[in-house]
Design a protein around this ligand. Structure first.
Ligand SMILES: Cc1ncc(COP(=O)(O)O)c(C=O)c1O
Length: 393
């Protein structure tokens, strides 16, 4: 049997990982500025996380949601405390797409309506409704096509107001990333998020904050939308929540009432996933990682802004992006293959940095030095090529 070939792969096999580094099968060490796709929050193979999962594994890994699972309650308590949303309710699932799917479904159940507002360049996942709310026609199958979702320009307050004037009464939810990830590290303005809050209140619609990538401390606050001083009705979470152990969830405002059978999942909230998620929150709290993400992210962005060649440095905390001009188009590939540094990308020419929240200044300096070296190298190769072609003429 072969694997269904849907991923364009780097020709690298990672066999070992520790904190901000990973190693391939030849023992080559790589600096992970990509955090395994924004998933690594407390460092690869964090010892407390490993121990928590190991201990749980010896007790029980899984039993279904047909019985009491006290570790879910423990997770809800801890999550309430660390996120500051203590009066919210928690529903656990397995991934980011599933979290958004449940959030949208819940908004529709709660309001009895079915129009959803999403934004240009949004990414919300690949399941049915989540992919329909994703602004990428290439990944929307005919079966996912629906007129339920309307896409509006991101950060465009006038467009949002005009839309609500005519269609507001039909809207069950506005779904927004506090910082668009796949879309290229686009930060939602505070006033845009505050307007979403007001319009949702005025029109009996729910504000869904997709915090799958930008949440869980990465932005320098627990949720990226916290920077705007507003509360969403539903927060969706995954990636950093389990530090690589698959788990997702939604935080639900107290006004939204549950009903038996309304939502459900087999694996969501299993004992092993909860142990992993608890370990993450414990380390975040013990090591003050949200504050560290804020400070180190600021340091990284300030230094990046002084690097010649890259453009439009932006982001918040340890969710940072910059544009790469055409003459440096090999930058990301060369960082990986010549400097052993993983970074993320966003089409067409953006580098995304999403390292573990535990990354040190020294490791950031290491990245910055290698980045500058590679830019100089690419530029000097080009000037040699230019002078060669001039001489040939
Ligand atoms: C903002 C956002 N929402 C949802 C998802 C989907 O998460 P998952 O791949 O866990 O389904 C992603 C994944 O990249 C994401 O970045």
């Amino acid at each position: 049997m072969t694997l269904f070939d849907v991923y364009p792969l780097n020709n690298i096999t990672i066999v070992k990982a520790k904190d901000a580094y990973v190693w391939d099968e030849n023992g080559v060490q790589y600096l992970d500025m990509y955090g395994g796709h924004a998933v690594i929050s407390i460092g690869h193979t964090n010892p407390h996380w490993v121990r928590r999962i190991e201990d749980q594994l010896h007790k029980i890994a899984f039993y279904s949601n047909s019985v009491k699972i006290p570790i879910q309650q423990e997770l809800a308590q801890k999550l309430g405390k660390v996120s500051g949303k203590e009066d919210y309710q928690l529903f656990l699932c397995n991934s980011g797409a599933e979290a958004n799917e449940n959030a949208l479904k819940l908004a529709s159940f709660h309001t009895g309506k079915k129009k959803v507002v999403a934004f240009k360049k949004a990414f919300h996942g690949r399941t049915s409704l989540a992919v329909s709310a994703t602004d990428n026609p290439a990944i929307i199958a005919p079966v996912n096509q629906t007129d339920t979702i309307d896409f509006l320009p991101f950060n465009d307050e006038a467009a949002l107001k005009t839309y609500f004037q005519t269609k507001g009464k039909d809207v069950c939810a506005v779904i927004v990333e506090g910082i668009q990830g796949v879309g290229g590290i686009n930060v939602a303005t505070d006033s845009f998020l505050q307007l979403i809050r007001r319009l949702c209140d005025q029109h009996n619609a729910l504000f869904i904050a997709d915090e799958v990538q930008c949440g869980y401390g990465r932005s320098g606050k627990f949720f990226a939308t916290d920077h705007a001083g507003v509360n969403a009705d539903i927060y969706t979470m995954a990636k950093g929540m389990g530090n690589g152990f698959p788990i997702g969830g939604i935080l639900i405002a107290p006004a939204i009432k549950p009903k038996h059978g309304m939502l459900g999942t087999t694996f969501g909230g299993n004992q092993l996933a909860c142990a992993a998620a608890l370990a993450v929150l414990e380390v975040i709290a013990q090591e003050d990682l949200i504050e560290k993400a804020k400070q180190r992210g600021q340091y990284l962005m300030n230094r990046l802004k002084t690097v010649d060649g890259i453009e439009n440095v932006r982001g918040r905390g340890l969710m940072v992006g910059f544009d790469v001009p055409e003459d440096l188009k090999d930058l990301r590939k060369n960082l990986l293959y010549n400097h052993n540094i993983f970074t993320g990308e966003a089409k067409p020419n953006i580098i995304r940095l999403l390292p573990s929240l535990t990354i040190t200044r020294k490791q950031l300096d290491e990245f910055l030095e290698e980045l500058k070296d590679e830019i100089s190298l690419l530029r000097s190769e080009q000037s040699v090529q230019v002078s060669d072609t001039t001489e040939a003429k």
